[in-house]
Design a protein around this ligand. Structure first.
Ligand code: SF4
Ligand code: SF4
Length: 300
């Protein structure tokens, strides 16, 4: 059952996310580095806010005057102009980024909204104990990183472990695969094609992690070698193919433009390779992908 009211932005009464406010911050901005100053600014914004006021006051710099505390305990950080704070009235027109504010939703929030309620609850435990500042940080909130592996993997793991509660620490102890330094978005396509309910136990093996990293790197190297540059091709994000595959092309193979037919041929090549890995991995005992010293890639 989907539950639109349980969002990644406001998961409970202990914390909220404000990472995209205002939506003009430079990439890599980390508000945790300025926590004390930001706390003071949030308190000042909250105290200065007058809900009856209707004047337009543009945002200046990387801070928004309408970002403040939205609960009496000063735990939840949110937009003071949002309809939920103003009896249904949307006052976000009062800043000059109103349209951007209204449509802003990060990739992780979108993916999270596609999960069933029980799956959302399962994964939210990874963020237990975080306050709004840590929760809004991509550095300290592992949940965001986990969500980038995509709905298939989130569903498969939560279904087989639905009776457990994992904090980030206990989750990584059971599933050391996810300690990988590989970018989830760049590799979600490979992992989601490779891992199904019957072989999800592989994710409990750090040996599988090393194997996967090796396979991903060698596949990327091979494809890059055969790649013909297509400066007149379609920008990759506009191709009508699986979103995870387009991320793989862009973020893992560094392909910016490609024509549709070439992209489909590359996809077939990648799919074929993953299928070979899957068959080879099926013959390996759980938790021992490389213990014999034999790499799957040699067989594929
Ligand atoms: S107006 Fe609201 S949504 Fe827009 S940046 Fe400010 S706090 Fe965020
Ligand atoms: S960064 Fe994502 S999760 Fe955080 S407030 Fe913005 S849309 Fe919500």
């Amino acid at each position: 059952m989907l539950n639109p009211s349980l969002t990644l932005c406001f998961p409970d009464r202990q914390k909220s996310c404000f990472a995209c406010c205002p939506p003009i911050r430079p990439a890599g901005y980390e508000h945790l580095q300025h926590k004390n100053i930001n706390k003071r600014i949030l308190r000042e914004n909250t105290a200065a806010f007058v809900s009856e006021e209707r004047t337009i006051v543009p945002i200046t710099g990387f801070s928004c005057w309408a970002l403040g505390y939205v609960d009496e305990n000063y735990r939840l950080v949110g937009c003071l102009l949002h309809p939920s704070q103003n009896d249904g009235l949307d006052l976000r027109y009062r800043v000059n980024y109103a349209t951007k504010c209204q449509r802003e939703s990060c990739r992780e929030a979108q993916t999270f909204s596609e999960l069933a309620l029980s799956v959302k609850r399962f994964w939210l435990h990874l963020a237990d104990g975080l306050d709004s500042f840590s929760y809004s940080s991509q550095t300290t909130n592992f949940l965001f990183r986990m969500i980038d592996w995509g709905t298939h993997l989130l569903n498969v793991i939560s279904v087989i472990r639905s009776n457990r509660i994992y904090t980030t620490k206990s989750f990584l102890t059971v599933f050391p695969f996810f300690s990988t330094s590989l970018s989830p978005r760049a590799h979600a396509y490979l992992l989601n094609r490779l891992i199904k309910a019957e072989n999800v136990h592989l994710l409990k093996s750090s040996l599988f992690r090393a194997e996967f990293e090796h396979l991903a790197a060698s596949l990327a190297g091979e494809i890059a070698q055969n790649q013909v540059l297509q400066p007149d091709g379609t920008p990759v994000h506009r191709l009508s193919l699986d979103r995870d595959f387009l991320d793989y092309l862009r973020l893992s193979l560094d392909v910016r433009r490609m024509n549709e037919q070439e992209a489909m041929i590359t996809k077939e090549e990648v799919d074929e390779r993953i299928e070979k890995w899957r068959r080879a991995l099926a013959n390996l005992p759980s938790n021992s992908c490389s213990q014999s010293g034999t790499r799957v890639s040699k067989e594929s």
